[in-house]
Design a protein around this ligand. Structure first.
Ligand SMILES: Cc1cc2nc3c(=O)[nH]c(=O)nc-3n(C[C@H](O)[C@H](O)[C@H](O)COP(=O)(O)OP(=O)(O)OC[C@H]3O[C@@H](n4cnc5c(N)ncnc54)[C@H](O)[C@@H]3O)c2cc1C
Length: 461
């Protein structure tokens, strides 16, 4: 490992940009790689110029932070090597495999800060695989990156803070939000109040979105469980059926946004061979690191939502912490003290734990999906076929079930279906969810255009 090789940062979201800033301040010239067109990650995603809306319209309360990230990025741009629209589809010791419009590339690495963020977590419901159904994040991407709505009359279904935020953003952008169907019962969790208060500004924003929706006559149902997304004869969405207790209700709409919180993107961590730990609250296997993001593999650090879902402010802090950990490990004269940063992250951890308690992942609902619900849409696998595979094989390891059924072998490589499948397998085999394990990461971690790979492979960016 040479201290003169540039540090490579995966992801130009709040965590990656913050890590790059800290490295630049210490005199480094890192390489920053992101598959997106612009820096900013998920929260500060933006549209190309002709579609751009005002910062206030796009980011609401976060407009100032979005602007600040843009300024910080512009300030460090001359001191970094930035590769947008560059997908990392594989990593092995010493080499990163990349795909761009102009071909495939290999980038050597000796030190890596991995900040690939998160993605939506869904619980499939009958009819979720047809057109007109988007994840909450997908619905937001349509709005932020394309200035478009997923429909004119939308029902938002799921659980967690993003549900209210996206419903609010859609209503402000001119959609008729028919209803917000929340699985949890957030107002029953008074005991979590002390932890929630640690969230300060973030809690206040969440409460504002909820109050705004109600004040504008938008129905917010709690303890609501969707049972089916209904369609017209032409296949378009016509409504949502849901249960609240024993009462079944049907709502009319032309699009559905669905999401039950977020899950960390961990495939690259898997390919890097770092140790993982099972996080009971997120019900997910996550990279195991120390408080500053050092992994079990020398030279590999993690930050942001790719390490654990804690929001964009913590992502910034952990990006800086990871960079400082790297500097400290190189005994850099610039390695500054980090105790204040660690304390701020710990404070926000208390908030996130309380929030996860208020909006727990609906594991019971996930494990009770009717037999004919599609779980793995790439391979067309239903809940019933997975249950049958568990029963007939007597296996509960998700990789064994994958071998029997092709679960997670399609385009998404299990990124969408694996959390749901794990719940089903655990329930069917009557084992703890941790015993199911995680689908082993395989390259390519995301779909790669064959035209990129067919072009000449260059050896370095
Ligand atoms: C879809 C979505 C929408 C969200 N919207 C909001 C919101 O409106 N408000 C809010 O407060 N929070 C939102 N969140 C949560 C918030 O985005 C995160 O908490 C925060 O952005 C985390 O920052 P990060 O830098 O860790 O990750 P991100 O912001 O997710 O950045 C990660 C970056 O890594 C890049 N990347 C990932 N994998 C690869 C790869 N293989 N190759 C190349 N590049 C890669 C991505 O393109 C992305 O730019 C959203 C999350 C998601 C998933």
């Amino acid at each position: 490992m040479s201290a003169t090789d540039p540090v490579v940062i995966v992801g130009a979201g709040p965590a990656g940009v913050s890590a790059a800033r800290a490295l630049v301040e210490a005199g480094h010239k890192p390489i920053l790689i992101d598959e997106g067109m612009f820096p900013g990650g998920q929260i500060f995603r933006r549209a190309p110029a002709p579609l751009a809306r005002s910062g206030k319209d796009t980011y609401g309360f976060e407009a100032t932070r979005a602007h600040a990230l843009g300024e910080h990025f512009a300030a460090i741009l001359p001191s970094i090597t930035y590769y947008p629209e560059t997908l990392i589809w594989g990593i092995e010791p010493g080499t990163i495999h990349l795909a761009r419009k102009d071909g495939a590339l290999r980038q050597p690495w000796t030190r890596l800060i991995v900040a690939p963020g998160a993605m939506d977590r869904i619980v499939p419901v009958k009819g979720w695989t047809g057109p007109g159904v988007f994840t909450l994040g997908g619905a937001q991407i349509a709005l932020k990156a394309q200035a478009s709505l997923i429909g004119g009359e939308v029902v938002f279904v799921g659980s967690g803070p993003l549900l209210y935020l996206v419903a609010y953003q859609y209503a402000r952008a001119g959609a008729r939000v028919v209803a917000v169907l929340e699985h949890a019962d957030p107002f029953r969790h008074v005991s979590s109040m002390a932890g929630l208060v640690a969230g300060g500004r973030i809690l206040a924003k969440g409460l504002y979105y909820m109050a705004w929706l109600r004040a504008h006559g938008i129905v917010v149902e709690t303890r609501a469980e969707p049972t089916e997304i209904l369609r017209n004869r032409d296949g378009r969405v016509s409504g949502v059926r849901f249960l609240k207790g024993t009462r079944e209700t049907t709502l009319t709409c032309d699009a559905v946004g669905i999401g039950y919180g977020l899950k960390s993107e961990t495939q690259l961590a898997d390919l890097l061979g770092v140790d993982f730990r099972f996080d009971r609250q997120h019900r997910q296997w996550l990279p195991k690191t120390d408080a500053d993001g050092r992994s079990s593999v020398r030279g590999v650090y993690f930050a942001g939502d790719g390490l654990a879902i804690r929001g964009s402010e913590v992502a910034e802090m952990t990006g800086e912490l990871a960079a400082r950990a790297l500097l400290a490990d190189e005994a850099s004269a610039h390695a500054p003290r980090v105790s204040g940063l660690r304390q701020r992250v710990a404070r926000m951890d208390a908030f996130r734990r309380a929030l996860d308690g208020v909006f727990p992942f609906p594991s019971r609902m996930a494990s009770m999906s009717p037999d004919d619900t599609v779980i793995c849409r790439c391979e067309g696998l239903t809940a019933g076929s997975l249950r049958e595979a568990v029963t007939t094989s007597g296996e509960c390891d998700i990789n064994r079930i994958k071998a029997f059924t092709r679960l997670g072998m399609g385009r998404c490589q299990g990124r969408v279906c694996a959390p749901m499948a794990a719940e089903l397998i655990a329930a069917q085999a009557a084992v703890d969810i941790a015993a199911v394990g995680r689908i082993r990461g395989q390259a390519p971690v995301k779909p790669v255009p064959l035209t990129s790979l067919a072009r000449r492979t260059h050896d370095q960016l």
